[in-house]
Design a protein around this ligand. Structure first.
Ligand code: NAD
Ligand code: ZN
Ligand code: ZN
Length: 346
């Protein structure tokens, strides 16, 4: 089968032929319908050898949807049936520690002992025709949703869902929420905020095209990124600032905007991995602001995201490409030329 693989650090991936894997005891073989192209892969490719504990090579793709193809030995009574449409829950934990037991495998207590963070992140992922998933518990049924258009739910939607959900108590009528960076995650964040809260949604991006996408996704206001962005957000919020600033970039400049745009008692939630720094001392932030850096989301939350999509409340904006074009698609993503999420389709 064709697979998109990381074969060397700080190099583009390679499109190669490898054998179709066989599911071992407890495992499930999924026939991939689509694998999302996440900006995190660009960071993984840019970071030097030794930054991540993964062995090479491995197949990329940590945002995957497909159909159950073969139930491995011991999984026939799991409740899954061959042909079922499924999302692959991405962060693979040990399955039994207290975090995993409540479905928060993104915060597995034993993460440091595990060789991979998940499929596409150290273990073989979804940018291939087939993918092994180590346990039925890591598959979320999609019901009648088409797996060909669902991959982006597994990360581009799940990550902002988790990030937004923890702040919903702040997003009462009359408040505002800011989304900085309206790419794969950001355009889903805008939709999720509109679906889950009465807050006014303000989108910030450097690109006018991305701001158009934000408006399409339901944003109430668009603000060009830059030094004047925080002031513009204060104007839009009657001087108060926003109750939540979700930074889907995470650079020095966007965190400065977040600090300048946050209201008293706001949440500044940074999901972008650009490596910026937010100065944190008296005077740099409004009173009682909380700053957090959440990672991905939980298994129950992925089921909630799937339910929102089934109900038509969120819908990823997609462009699809063949696996063979992976290197070019990653280049387009790096250059900011992907609208919404790019999904590789085997
Ligand atoms: P993307 O490339 O699809 O989107 C990034 C968006 O940010 C683009 O619209 C771009 O125009 C905009 N942007 C870039 N610089 C900007 C700036 N200075 N000001 C305003 N907007 C700017 O990326 P993505 O796949 O949505 O991922 C976003 C970030 O989130 C990445 O850093 C990725 O690694 C990270 N991520 C984190 C998690 C997590 O669990 N914490 C999960 C997935 C992705
Ligand atoms: Zn990702
Ligand atoms: Zn665990």
């Amino acid at each position: 089968m064709t697979a998109v693989r990381m074969t060397a650090w700080q190099e583009p991936p390679e499109v190669v032929r490898i054998p179709v894997p066989e599911p071992g005891p407890g495992e499930v073989l999924v026939k991939v319908a689509g694998a999302g192209v996440c900006h995190s892969d660009l960071h993984v490719m840019e970071w030097p050898a030794g930054t991540l504990p993964y062995d090479l090579p491995f197949t990329l793709g940590h945002e995957t949807a497909g159909r159950v193809h073969t139930l491995g030995p011991g999984t026939r009574d799991s409740g899954l049936r061959e042909g079922d449409a499924v999302l692959v829950y991405g962060p693979w934990g040990c399955g039994i520690c207290p975090s995993c037991a409540r479905g928060a495998e993104n915060y597995c207590h034993r993460a440091a002992e595990l060789k991979a963070a998940g499929g596409g992140l150290g273990a073989d992922g979804g940018m291939a025709e087939y993918m092994i998933v180590p346990s039925p518990r890591l598959l979320t049924p999609l019901g009648d949703l088409d797996p060909g258009t669902a991959a982006a739910l597994a990360d581009a939607a799940l990550t902002p869902y988790h990030a937004v959900k923890r702040s919903l108590h702040r997003l009462v009528p009359g408040t505002a929420a800011v989304v900085i960076g309206v790419g794969g995650l950001g355009h889903m964040a805008v939709q999720l905020l509109k679906a889950l809260s009465p807050a006014d949604v303000i989108a910030v991006d450097t690109s006018p095209d991305k701001l158009d996408l934000a408006a399409e996704a339901g944003a109430d206001h668009r603000v060009p990124a830059g030094e004047s962005a925080a002031g513009r957000i204060r104007d839009l919020t009657g001087g108060l600032g926003a109750a939540l600033v979700l930074d889907c970039v995470g650079a020095d400049a966007t965190m400065a905007t977040a600090a300048g745009a946050a209201a008293v008692e706001a949440d500044i939630t940074v999901v972008g991995l650009a490596g910026g720094t937010l100065p944190f001392r008296y005077g740099t932030l409004p009173w009682e602001v909380s700053v957090s850096i959440p990672y991905w989301g939980t298994r129950p939350e992925l089921a909630e995201v799937a339910a929102l999509a089934r109900a038509g409340r969120i819908r990823p904006h997609l462009e699809t490409h063949p696996l063979a074009d992976a290197v070019e698609v990653y280049r387009r993503l790096r250059e900011g030329r992907v609208a919404g999420r790019a999904v590789l389709v085997p």
